[in-house]
Design a binder for this molecule. Sequence first.
Ligand SMILES: Nc1ncnc2c1ncn2[C@@H]1O[C@H](COP(=O)(O)OP(=O)(O)OP(=O)(O)O)[C@@H](O)[C@H]1O
Length: 513
Amino acid sequence: MALAAPGQLNVQELPSWGSRSVDCFEKLEQIGEGTYGQVYMAREISTGEIVALKKIRMDNEKEGFPITAIREIKILKKLNHDNIIKLKEIVTSSGNERDEQNNQEGNMFKGGIYMVFEYMDHDLTGLADRPGLRFTVPQIKCYMKQLLTGLHYCHANQVLHRDIKGSNLLIDNEGKLKLADFGLARFFANDHGGNLTNRVITLWYRPPELLLGATKYGPAVDLWSVGCIFAELLHGKPILPGKNEPEQLNKIFELCGSPDETNWPDASKTPWYNNFKPSRSMKRRVREMFRHFDRHALDLLDHLLALDPNQRWTAKQALDADYFWNDPLPCDPKSLPKYESSHEFQTKKKRQQQRQNEEQAKRQKIQHPQQHARLPPIQHVGQAPSHWHGPNHPMSNSQASMSSGPSHHHYGKPRGPPAGPNRYPSNGNQSGGYNPSRGSQVGGYSGGPYPPQGRGPPYAGSGMPVPGPGPRGAPGGYVGPPYSQSAQYGGSGAARGHNSMGSNRNQQYGWQQ
Ligand SMILES: Nc1ncnc2c1ncn2[C@@H]1O[C@H](COP(=O)(O)OP(=O)(O)OP(=O)(O)O)[C@@H](O)[C@H]1O
């Protein structure tokens, strides 16, 4: 496929489509800011249909049309499933349209390209960030079941997603969940023969084999991320919020135990094992840490968070787990409440605004103490400050602020201030200071929130941070389940083998291989 010269648009490069102009749509508001471009809610002028427009960022491209976008389009065109976001078409612009600040776009690139998606009201991170929202158990089961069904379909079609996280799980007001953002997705061979990059998947959701340098891997990498999201939904906050790769591995070993002959016989064959093998043996604590989960949830989690990718459950095995077939059963998506639209981008923006207001109020208090006493009280709505970012997109070396990765959202729990290891420095260096080129684990990696992509030595050979002496404990002093046990949306009482989503254990998951 011929590439356009830098700064030029060659629509021939696109896999079909692209005949209509973006002028067919009216942009309504920005709903996302990803590593690869902005996302807008828009209305198709002729039909009134609401869609999402994802602008493909071209300004960093020296090589013509970005390969990530080509991959995303190719893969999305192949996938056709109820739990996968639908790419409707590609539209182009002349480069003369204006953005919402009325700045003329297209200076860097003559013309722009947009992917047109069906519109989804929420992403899971944005939804979970709604103050006071509590997911019920049937609701969590309903989302998990849809996530696993979509993933099972991807894997059966030889596609690895490689960036499963809350902000990439879109939910509409019919309760439907769809996998989105296939920018890092890849076709894979069943024999794991090819060499793939290990710098994929947002850090908190990245499995141990990738952190230990594996370049031959398969669908199990996505199932680890699913395990992290599942635990997060039940626990109320991210379970493995590492600041950099060595700390991430350390957190994994503290929770899942150190690799040994039983739990991961091939661990020692991973490229960076010797650099990162823990200096002391650690025992698995998943069941102890999450003892407040019910036994079926614990069983599922334990199998998803298996260190050994070969022992980790597949999506199909997870869908067959007792968890989904025992009361309370997954609810019918349509029975879920409708919420005002909530995307991570907007909730972060709101938090940032709130933090600015608080800082301004503090400054005023210092400058005019008496006057402050007469000011109306500041509204605290239990939101975390916006500087409290997680790691950014795995392949990103820039755009630290609004585009950062998982926020410290608390599923169904009022949020409090961050504490301990959850707190990120507010200086924009979200990688926790990892600097591969300086051979040091700390010390201000300045390329952005993530170490650069590459096959260089793992994390500068600094070894693992020594695990802290104190008990890790349920982070943040967990006192009770952040979700409601009531089966308020689910028709409970149904027998094992059938659930309210109208399926039974032996059925195909809505598609044929
Ligand atoms: N079809 C859609 N409907 C509604 N919102 C969407 C849609 N697609 C994306 N979004 C919103 O935009 C955000 C970013 O989209 P997406 O992840 O596809 O972009 P990206 O550039 O790949 O981002 P990232 O760098 O976070 O991976 C999503 O988290 C979601 O909130």
